[in-house]
Design a protein around this ligand. Structure first.
Ligand SMILES: *[C@@H]1O[C@H](CO)[C@@H](O)[C@H](O)[C@H]1NC(C)=O
Ligand SMILES: *[C@@H]1O[C@H](CO)[C@@H](O)[C@H](O)[C@H]1NC(C)=O
Ligand SMILES: *[C@@H]1O[C@H](CO)[C@@H](O)[C@H](O)[C@H]1NC(C)=O
Ligand SMILES: *[C@@H]1O[C@H](CO)[C@@H](O)[C@H](O)[C@H]1NC(C)=O
Ligand SMILES: *[C@@H]1O[C@H](CO)[C@@H](O)[C@H](O)[C@H]1NC(C)=O
Length: 298
């Protein structure tokens, strides 16, 4: 009896120690953007299969005005999603610096398995750093992963004037046309990021917004989770032209009645990693659009 108790305590201690020791890392690889280094291939290990009981960090650090793209081409990590109890990778795309504590930043998702649908779809960082945090236990092995990384300018995500009070908010008043993209388009869009785009034309002008691609989580008829809301006016008290979630046949165009249009997008938290792109929409501000209210009067 006594021996049993001692044994179980001992096992518990070993278990706790192992949990702690497993938090240490065995290898860190850093790929940094440089004038002659904008793309490359990274393999999780040199050999046929990866080692047991390791934790490896693979950091990708772009310049401050760049983003990181990760395109996984090989993926064979021993485990069953979404729980991934054995080996897995956690992907982080919202790090400010290389030494920030991972407990303080949301993870983009945990991935394991080897079927094509388990392979993380294209990853694009929200800030200038991406991290692939690779964990393995003693259960077996796999081929690991291989990816193509790329550092590219973040200019395609910037439009008009950035509204400082929002992580993702823009006032578009001095441009006559352009494109707005969800924050990591065409990569998987992050959870819990709200974006806000306020279009403001001259008096007499109208705004045309054409969605070229819509790929959001569909939470049901009333879009209670991820959605795009389009307001026919300067603020969210204006008439709602449409609320979009899921996917839609594109292109689909929306027009403002006056010289303002506002759109507000929400990505809610989701337990399992989604593989959805978000949206791509073109806008035009001008006087040449037909006034739809006149058309119905005629
Ligand atoms: C790769 O395999 C060789 C030969 O089996 C071995 O000597 C080497 O340590 C292995 N390298 C790694 C990183 O496991
Ligand atoms: C990785 O590091 C942990 C903790 O230091 C250690 O227990 C484990 O044996 C290491 N794995 C390898 C393959 O070196
Ligand atoms: C990812 O890389 C593969 C292989 O080079 C390529 O065929 C594919 O188009 C790439 N995907 C994206 C989204 O760039
Ligand atoms: C990260 O490291 C740099 C220098 O290596 C240091 O100046 C900075 O304070 C560190 N940041 C955090 C969050 O620990
Ligand atoms: C957004 O959609 C337009 C029209 O289809 C396309 O030309 C453009 O390349 C797309 N932008 C991105 C970043 O995919």
């Amino acid at each position: 009896m006594n021996i049993l108790i001692i044994n179980s305590k001992c096992c518990l201690l070993v278990f706790i120690l192992c949990r702690i020791c497993h938090l240490k890392e065995n290898c860190t690889t850093i790929k940094r953007s440089g004038p002659n280094h904008k793309t490359g291939i990274l393999k999780s290990q040199a050999n046929e299969s990866y080692q047991n009981n390791i934790r490896c960090y693979y950091y990708f650090e772009a310049l401050p005005d760049e983003r990181v793209e990760l395109n996984f081409t090989v993926f064979d990590v021993n485990g069953v999603p979404p729980r991934c109890l054995h080996d897995f990778i956690d992907i982080y795309t919202q790090l400010d610096s290389l030494n920030v504590s991972l407990l303080d930043v949301p993870s983009q998702g945990r991935y394991c398995g080897k079927d094509k649908e388990n392979l993380p779809y294209l990853i694009i960082s929200v800030k200038n750093i991406a991290l692939v945090d690779f964990h393995t236990d003693s259960s077996g092995d796999g081929k690991g992963f291989e990816l193509i990384y790329r550092f590219f300018s973040d200019a395609i995500y910037k439009v008009g004037t950035k509204l400082q009070q929002y992580l993702c908010g823009f006032l578009i008043s001095d441009l006559k046309e352009g494109t707005i993209l969800s924050p990591t388009y065409p990569g998987i869009y992050p959870d819990n990021i709200m974006c806000f785009y306020k279009f403001q034309g001259e008096v007499g002008e109208r705004i045309k917004l054409t969605f070229n691609d819509i790929d959001l989580y569909s939470g049901g008829n009333y879009c209670p989770f991820d959605h795009i809301k389009i307001y026919d006016g300067p603020n969210n008290e204006a008439h709602v032209i449409d609320t979009i979630c899921g996917s839609r046949k594109v292109p689909i165009a929306f027009y403002s009645n006056g010289n303002y249009l506002q759109i507000f997008t929400v990505g809610e938290s989701d337990e399992t990693p989604s593989q959805l792109r978000g949206f791509n929409a073109s806008f035009e501000i001008g006087t040449r659009f037909v006034d739809l209210s006149l058309v119905t009067l005629l």
